[in-house]
Design a protein around this ligand. Sequence first.
Ligand SMILES: Nc1nc2c(ncn2[C@@H]2O[C@H](COP(=O)(O)OP(=O)(O)OP(=O)(O)O)[C@@H](O)[C@H]2O)c(=O)[nH]1
Ligand SMILES: [Mg+2]
Length: 256
Amino acid sequence: MRKTKNPEKQVLRIIRDADVVLEVLDARFPDLTRLPQYENLAKKLGKPVIIVLNKADLVPKEWAEDWKKILQREGFPVVFVSTKERWGTRILRKTIKSVAPKLPVVVGVIGYANVGKSSLVNVLKGKTAAPAAPVPGWTRGEQLVKISKEIYLMDTPGIIPLTDPARLVLIGAYDPNRLEDPELPAELLLRVLHSADPEKWPATIEEYAKKKNYLLKGGVPDTHRAAVDLLSKWQKGKISVPSLDWLKKVDAELNE
Ligand SMILES: Nc1nc2c(ncn2[C@@H]2O[C@H](COP(=O)(O)OP(=O)(O)OP(=O)(O)O)[C@@H](O)[C@H]2O)c(=O)[nH]1
Ligand SMILES: [Mg+2]
């Protein structure tokens, strides 16, 4: 993960400078990827906050709908988006205009690392504008991107408020290559994947390594490589969530 120069400060400045704040959450972990302190700051400054549940392509519909209700009850307009499948952008533009105190409006895009802020900016722009990186923590400075005559966006670097790397790696905010023991979070992920679909997912990281043919000398499974491989796929949104119960289970394990 590349170091960003004081991302917290940049996010604070953008909340101050923007007319509207877009908080992007990972639809798989809306509660774990929220940034309440920044939501509160925006509220104090009188800036409307729209919540985007991104990566909606990875979760069951009921899960997304439940979260939408919870967040709406707190008073936020909520929009589902998949930047991968390109859903939700038209309604998002409409929602931005409906809360904008003036037009043209400057929108600050904030959120946890790796939730898809830069991908969202790119999809809204229509062609690649802000760099979207598979590696968390990549976006550096803020940049103003013109979406239309009426909407301008500012991307920001991701915020990482938690400190436990094993948890962070599952949320997607931490590069698994940097973990000393990626086996730990990989085992947790594999356990729940296996319980949902034992045909597709082996129960242990050793078996996963064998299946992938990641072997060290003497045929010993390379569990480190296997763990990094699995966690990278998860972070890049290549593993979809098999069921609502499953997601609840991972969420509960992460919240322990
Ligand atoms: N499946 C799926 N994957 C997504 C979606 N949006 C983004 N991703 C993936 O999530 C990863 C992170 O996307 P970015 O747009 O770089 O995320 P970011 O929030 O800008 O990340 P930082 O700048 O590091 O904080 C990439 O691997 C994207 O391909 C989505 O809607 N669905
Ligand atoms: Mg980014």
